[in-house]
Design a binder for this molecule. Structure first.
Ligand SMILES: [Zn+2]
Length: 73
């Protein structure tokens, strides 16, 4: 566990959306992501939010984002 503590860094949050909903961030998702982004930027680190849906995922880094379908992976 100590080895992980020396090499693993918090980069952000992830969660899933229910089937039938796109992996687009809700208003509360955006607030959380910007909070994490502002906190991590003080340490010079990027912030990641990943939202998983039934057939795709959304990746958002520092306020910018992209949706990738699982067939593209
Ligand atoms: Zn969400």
């Amino acid at each position: 566990m100590q080895q992980a503590a020396d090499t693993v860094t918090y980069v952000g949050e992830w969660h899933s959306h229910p089937e039938g909903f796109a992996p687009l961030p809700s208003s509360s998702d955006v607030k959380q992501h910007f909070y994490v982004r502002d906190s991590l930027s003080q340490e010079g680190q990027p912030a990641l939010m990943m939202i998983v849906s039934a057939d795709s995922l959304g990746l958002y880094i520092g306020g910018l984002g992209k949706i990738v379908t699982f067939s593209e992976l």
